[in-house]
Write a protein that binds this ligand. Structure first.
Ligand code: FES
Length: 214
């Protein structure tokens, strides 16, 4: 096996060629925060929480960046932390922040990262939000796009693991939503209500019907 050696935060680590910087950091015992990444299932570099400094012109998403021999990576510089904080603020700018009444309160990955990076209720990117109708017509799964952060983890697990493909990204740009095609509800799709999309969701955009105070 072809091995490569790189340096991450001053730690030398040797990994098989093809390993991402994120996985190389893990091998070196260095944590890089992630949000959209699910190993082997969703590796699309969407959220940019995992950005690192490789000495290039721009910070790079470590979850999709192949490690290279001799590479020098910094994972926790002020610029890296500022970029991660800004990315969290951008996600929050179009996110229903009713955390206290959310089923994922205190075990929400977005909430935990916001606390870690010092994101406050004062959001410099505050602006128009896109309201979405909550889909609670299925017997067990509630889909609330007002809390969706478009990480696509649910889409990937439904398509790549369960082989169903009940939901996907619909529309483009600011109008992008994760939903069944053709404006259908979950009840009208091939969804088998396995709940894997709920397990994959890092926030409260998908949750069990029984868990809400309906
Ligand atoms: Fe790398 Fe989302 S975890 S871009």
């Amino acid at each position: 096996m072809n091995m490569i050696t790189l340096t991450i935060d001053g730690v030398s680590v040797t990994v098989p060629a093809g390993t991402t910087v994120l996985e190389a950091a893990k091998a070196a015992g260095i944590r890089i925060p992630t949000l959209c990444y699910l190993k082997g299932i969703n590796e699309i570099g969407a959220c940019r929480l995992c950005v690192v400094d490789t000495g290039g012109r721009a910070l790079a998403a470590s979850c999709v960046l192949p490690a290279a021999n001799g590479m020098v990576v910094k994972t926790n510089t002020p610029a890296v932390r500022a970029a991660r904080k800004m990315n969290l603020e951008l996600l929050l700018s179009n996110h229903n922040k009713s955390c206290l009444s959310c089923v994922r309160n205190t075990h929400c990955e977005l909430q935990a990262l916001c606390q870690e990076y010092g994101v406050t209720d004062e959001n410099r990117f505050e602006g128009a939000m896109t309201p979405h109708t909550v889909d609670d017509l299925s017997p067990s799964i509630v889909r609330d796009n007002n809390k969706c952060i478009l990480c696509r983890r649910c889409v990937a697990v439904c398509r790549n693991v369960q082989k169903i493909g009940a939901i996907g990204a619909v529309n483009r740009g600011f109008k992008t939503v994760i939903a069944p095609a053709f404006g259908k509800t979950m009840l009208e799709t091939d969804c088998i209500f396995c709940g894997q999309c709920i397990n994959a969701c890092p926030v409260g955009a998908l949750h069990e019907k029984s868990s809400i105070n309906a």
